[in-house]
Design a protein. Structure first.
Length: 295
């Protein structure tokens, strides 16, 4: 790898327990569409691949900012060239050498106080999972839209985002997106262009409405909208025929579209922590066919 010219091995630490991530997003070794529990384990495995091999402490010799110590968790063998985790290392800035790792499939940069990400990220064409969660980003680079190999997971949660570049709409293979815990007042139009999305997490934002274009997400199975400012949903949500779960907890809902009752695969509708909504009569029809309605 190109970055080997900048990395100097200064020690080898014996196997230890993988770090426990306090976030809700974790991972496993295989994508199982629509299984939220499994999906939530995806991230942790990506950050703790050292369980299968050694944990190495490396020193980055960064020509611009001087020496910086990091923990680079890797498995032995070829996998070490494909999976890179800098989880919770207080970087402040991503070392330029990371962008030379063009064989990477997994990159974890969560909890590093990042305020920006270089446009050079667009060169990591083989990335399947990217974790930028728990930082201080107010924007993401347009070059993210060039990551056409990004198929599995994109974590942007717990930042300071208010909008997303239209270029993200080019991620036509992406199946999981988490933009929760940001400051979106409007669901970015680029999100509604992600036709392969299976799970969308947009909880804990400031959303007051959803666009009719949400109907484009024809493969969506889980839609998480907890703790926003939604008063209703568009009728077009009835076109999401693969939808299994809708989480609307903590929204000031006053009405719900009757098109929800036409969703043939809906298994769970979560309406807890809502005092402003009089349950529509069709709720009974959902429950009668086996859909779990929590209220």
């Amino acid at each position: 790898m190109a970055a080997r010219n900048f990395f100097r091995l200064i020690g080898c630490v014996s196997r230890r327990q993988a770090p426990v991530n306090r976030s809700r997003d974790k991972s496993g070794s295989k994508f199982i569409a629509g299984n939220s529990l499994f999906v939530e384990r995806q991230r942790e495995a990506a950050m703790s691949r050292s369980q299968a091999g050694s944990t190495m402490v490396l020193q980055t010799e960064n020509r611009e900012s001087g020496d910086m110590r990091m923990i680079l968790e890797q498995s032995r063998g070829d996998a070490s060239a494909r999976h890179l985790s800098f989880w919770k290392q207080g970087l402040g800035r991503v070392p330029d050498t990371v962008w030379d790792e063009t064989e990477l499939e997994t990159l974890v940069l969560a909890e590093n106080g990042l305020c920006e990400v270089s446009e050079r990220i667009g060169g990591l064409k083989k990335l399947r999972m990217l974790d930028l969660g728990h930082n201080a980003l107010t924007s993401v680079p347009d070059a993210l839209g060039a990551l056409d190999g990004l198929t599995d997971f994109l974590y942007l949660h717990d930042n300071r985002l208010t909008e997303l570049s239209s270029s993200l709409g080019r991620l036509q293979k992406l199946r999981y997106l988490n933009i929760s815990q940001n400051a979106f007042a409007v669901l970015p139009e680029s999100v509604t262009c992600l036709k392969s999305l299976i799970e969308l997490r947009a909880s804990d934002n400031r959303l007051t409405s959803l666009p009719d274009s949400i109907a484009r997400l024809s493969r969506l199975r889980e839609f998480h909208l907890r703790n926003n400012q939604l008063t209703t949903l568009p009728e077009s949500i009835g076109e999401l025929l693969e939808l299994r779960q809708i989480d609307l907890r903590g929204n000031p809902l006053t009405a719900l579209p009757a098109s929800i009752v036409t969703l043939p695969r809906l298994e769970k509708l979560d309406l807890r922590w809502i005092e402003s909504l009089d349950p529509p009569p069709w709720i009974a029809d959902l429950e009668a066919r086996g859909c779990a309605v929590y209220r």
